[in-house]
Ligand binder design. Structure first.
Ligand SMILES: Cc1cc2nc3c(=O)[nH]c(=O)nc-3n(C[C@H](O)[C@H](O)[C@H](O)COP(=O)(O)OP(=O)(O)OC[C@H]3O[C@@H](n4cnc5c(N)ncnc54)[C@H](O)[C@@H]3O)c2cc1C
Length: 388
């Protein structure tokens, strides 16, 4: 069986290592830092998984995203998805068009409700504490929306990969990859390892390994942050009493019911952070971003917020904010995946697709929009494309 190297063991790479090992491949995983580190994009306690998306293609793929995580659950006997219900909130004249969401859900026959602000407040009384969810705010209510814990599920995938024989090497940075005939040399400080195929799941660090191959993808790496706010009435925000929510405007914010080990109400701003370099970026929370988020969340559910516990994290955004999932031009034995800052819900599915690509097995037509050669991937970065 082919030996496959997986470079980068965040959520996507760990899922690829698991899917490859489960298909019987010899897998060597390389991670530059310790497994479970907090320097990339796959840490913290919660990521949104949802069916509501702005294109029929993504709505269709979300069915596979759920199925792939359910497969991991069945295989491991461990729960990954917590269903919470979710609402996409569209204020009057919202910068994000609700029609792209409702028409995509309709065309894929995915159930949802279209609610007004009064109904949202009736169902989730915590929103009555603020002023933002006014009567003329409309909402898409998706009952299937839920939470996937990135830190815990990434560790689970690594554990499963090892159980299927994968070797996962932490603190082993890959300095370069060198295609040799139909194979590839993976270069580390210990020397070259020759393998039959390579999976690149290195997110913010992608261009460092692509450029020596004469390839490059315009990427914006930004430092985002999530904050957990203590409040005296947290019980009003528990799972079942408060949904996952997304404010579909510019700026766009999102948040969760109380979930996981941190006793606080979590929220964040989408694409609110500054551009950074992944190796030199600060880990210090930005108090201006915290204040902006707190002011918004007070508008959403009312006052009562204490000082937050904030974690920073990296977004790696493609120009069109669509995924990259393909073999490299001229080097079909190397495949690459980028989640474009909305990929964790799809991590298990990415793993399956990357395993098929690396082993030369067929993948469906659904990958065509994520091709390396698509022109929109190589457009100059323009943040208005990210408002989806
Ligand atoms: C604040 C925040 C909120 C988000 N919310 C959501 C959400 O609600 N829903 C959702 O679906 N997605 C969400 N995302 C996006 C999602 O988390 C990412 O798309 C996903 O985690 C990317 O995973 P990854 O494995 O590609 O990247 P990473 O986890 O960053 O992994 C890349 C790995 O490659 C390693 N690496 C890089 N270069 C090398 C090298 N040369 N040698 C060895 N190792 C290397 C890095 O150290 C790193 O561990 C969010 C992201 C952030 C930051």
């Amino acid at each position: 069986m082919t030996t496959v190297a997986v470079v980068g063991l965040g959520g996507l790479g760990s899922a690829a290592a698991y899917s490859l090992a489960r298909r019987g491949a010899d897998v060597i995983g390389f991670e530059q830092f310790e497994l479970g580190h907090v320097r990339g994009a796959s840490h913290d306690h919660s990521r949104i998984i949802r069916r509501s998306y702005h294109t029929p293609h993504y709505v269709r793929l979300t069915a596979d995203a759920y199925r792939a995580w359910r497969d991991v659950e069945n295989h491991s006997g461990q729960q990954v998805i917590t269903t919470t219900g979710g609402i996409d909130l569209f204020p009057r004249d919202a910068a994000i068009d609700h029609g792209t969401y409702t028409s995509s859900l309709d065309s894929e026959r995915v159930a949802y409700e279209w609610l007004d602000g009064a109904e949202v407040r009736r169902r989730w009384p915590a929103f009555a504490g603020g002023h933002l969810v006014a009567d003329d705010v409309m909402a898409i209510h998706s009952p299937d929306t839920g939470i996937v814990p990135p830190n815990r599920s990434t560790t689970l995938l690594q554990q499963l990969a090892r159980e299927h024989g994968a070797q996962l090497r932490e603190r082993t940075p890959v300095r370069g990859i060198r295609p040799v005939g139909g194979e590839v040399d993976v270069i580390t400080d210990e020397g070259a390892t020759r393998v039959g195929a390579v999976v690149l799941t290195v997110d913010a660090w992608a261009n460092r390994l692509l450029q020596p191959l004469g390839l490059q993808v315009p990427l914006a790496v930004t430092r985002e942050q999530v904050s957990y706010f203590p409040r005296p009435d947290l019980e009003r925000f528990g799972v079942g009493r408060f949904p996952v929510w997304i404010w579909m405007d510019d700026p766009s914010f999102y948040g969760f019911p109380v979930f996981g080990p941190v006793a606080g109400l979590k929220g964040s701003e989408d694409c609110g952070g500054p551009p950074v370099h992944p190796d030199t970026r600060s880990f210090e929370p930005d108090p201006k971003m915290e204040a902006r988020l707190q002011a918004f969340m007070e508008g959403l559910v009312g006052p009562g917020f204490g000082a937050p516990a904030t974690t920073t994290c990296l977004y790696t955004l493609t120009a069109d904010r669509d995924f990259l999932l393909d073999r490299l031009p001229e080097h079909p034995q190397v495949c690459i995946a980028l989640g474009a800052a909305h990929g964790f819900k799809f991590a298990a599915w990415f793993g399956e697709q990357l395993a098929a690509l690396a082993l030369g097995q067929s993948t469906g037509p659904e990958l065509a929009p994520f091709a390396f050669s698509r022109p929109s991937l190589h457009e100059p970065i323009d943040r208005s494309a990210w408002l989806v």
